[in-house]
Design a binder for this molecule. Structure first.
Ligand code: SF4
Ligand code: SF4
Length: 223
């Protein structure tokens, strides 16, 4: 039995592309001008809070649909990335929580140097954004456009608190094991491995539905 790609899924995917296109310039402007206008850095905690709140309801939905940097990695970096497999060590849970602790610790330490100065807070947020985006861009040049997203600290929290919600389903009776879905997946997830169980239990799924649209057998769906 094939799973219908609903008009709603199509519409949501189109909306995602439009929204990402509109959000992508934000990360470029913040990084380019944040050193001069530190209050631009406050856009960083806004996105972080949005991601953390959304994580409880839809896992990494915000990463895939509303994060300006995610949009930048999806819309711009494929032009320069070889789209090689993301190294598995970067998906390791211990590694990811170490990155979380290191970056959050660094942020708190930097803020503590001048805690009464709101411009200083903005500069710290800008610095965090600039450094981590630079790391993400370098990784994208060598591996996959969204390599950074594999261990982004906010993504790690989102996956932990809500990665199991609203999972993707795969129909083993129609799937042709062509792996086109995995090639289209911005998170480079092993979707076909879940054929036998029917539920793609990948907490890092960003709910983008790229795999649903590309599947020639209509074997994938969010129910
Ligand atoms: S694209 Fe569809 S048919 Fe091909 S492997 Fe993925 S789920 Fe199966
Ligand atoms: S599994 Fe599908 S919906 Fe999830 S991130 Fe990959 S392409 Fe997007």
């Amino acid at each position: 039995m094939t799973m219908a790609v609903t008009k709603y899924t199509l519409w949501k995917n189109r909306r995602r592309r439009v929204v990402q296109g509109a959000l992508t310039p934000i990360v470029i402007v913040v990084i380019a001008l944040g050193w001069k206008y530190p209050y631009l850095g406050y856009s960083v905690p806004v996105v972080m809070l949005m991601g953390l709140a959304g994580g409880f309801f839809r896992g990494r939905y915000v990463c895939g649909n509303l994060c300006p940097r995610g949009g930048f990695f999806d819309r711009v970096m494929p032009l320069a990335s070889p789209a090689r497999a993301i190294p598995s060590v970067l998906r390791n849970r211990v590694f990811r929580w170490c990155v979380f602790a290191a970056l959050m610790g660094f942020m708190v330490w930097r803020i503590s140097l001048d805690p009464a100065n709101p411009a200083h807070w903005g500069r710290v947020f800008w610095l965090m954004c600039a450094v981590t985006t630079l790391i993400g861009v370098i990784l994208a040049f060598f591996f996959h456009p969204r390599t950074w997203c594999t261990f982004c600290p906010i993504g790690t929290v989102q996956a932990a608190v809500g990665g199991h919600r609203h999972p993707l389903h795969i129909d083993a009776t129609t799937c042709r094991t062509c792996h086109l879905c995995e090639k289209a997946c911005p998170m480079n997830l092993p979707i076909v491995k879940y054929k036998t169980t029917g539920t793609v239990k990948e907490p890092d799924c960003v709910r983008c539905a790229e795999c649903v649209l590309v599947c020639p057998a209509k074997s994938l769906a969010f129910r």
